[in-house]
Design a binder for this molecule. Structure first.
Ligand code: MG
Length: 159
């Protein structure tokens, strides 16, 4: 059997915070506001994975009210979800994602981000797709007020 999951996340952009996307620090005037390291892509991927497993969402397992997760590296959340996946006997068939950000352009960072996701999920990078889009000057992304990420993931039973 295969299982599919979808995840989505948004964070406000503010000055004085780092911008971390898929575990990669991006040079930017604005960073993502949030309780953890506010890595919008890792949050969307973690939610997609938990969704595929029907195991709630990131807030179920890591409530923002819990001081332990203040400034936490979000790869901890993804590795936890990957552990649940392994326990359930699944592996990642493939993953597709989009990061919505007005600037900077993410193209130079895409392969490193794919590598980081593949590493956390313990699969080949060829199974991981990361795309980037701007907001074309409209909505919160286009006005550089927010960064958003969407992810779909397909799990396959491990033989
Ligand atoms: Mg988030």
């Amino acid at each position: 059997m295969s299982r599919i999951g979808f995840g989505s996340d948004i964070h406000r952009l503010v000055s004085g915070r780092p911008l971390i996307i898929g575990g990669v620090q991006i040079d930017s005037d604005l960073g993502a506001h949030g309780h953890s390291d506010a890595d919008v892509l890792l949050h969307a991927v973690t939610d997609a994975l938990l969704g595929a497993l029907a195991q709630g969402d990131i807030g179920t397992h890591f409530p923002p009210s819990d001081e332990r997760w203040r400034n936490a590296e979000s790869v901890v959340f993804l590795r936890f979800a990957a552990g649940l996946m392994k326990e359930a006997g699944y592996t990642v068939a493939n993953l597709d994602s989009t990061v919505h950000l007005e600037k900077p352009k993410l193209r130079p960072f895409i392969d490193e981000i794919r590598h980081q996701l593949a590493d956390a999920l313990e699969v080949e990078t060829t199974r991981i797709s990361v795309k980037a889009k701007t907001g074309e000057g409209v909505d919160a992304v286009g006005k550089s007020e927010a960064i958003r990420a969407d992810c779909v993931i397909l799990l396959a039973e491990k033989k």
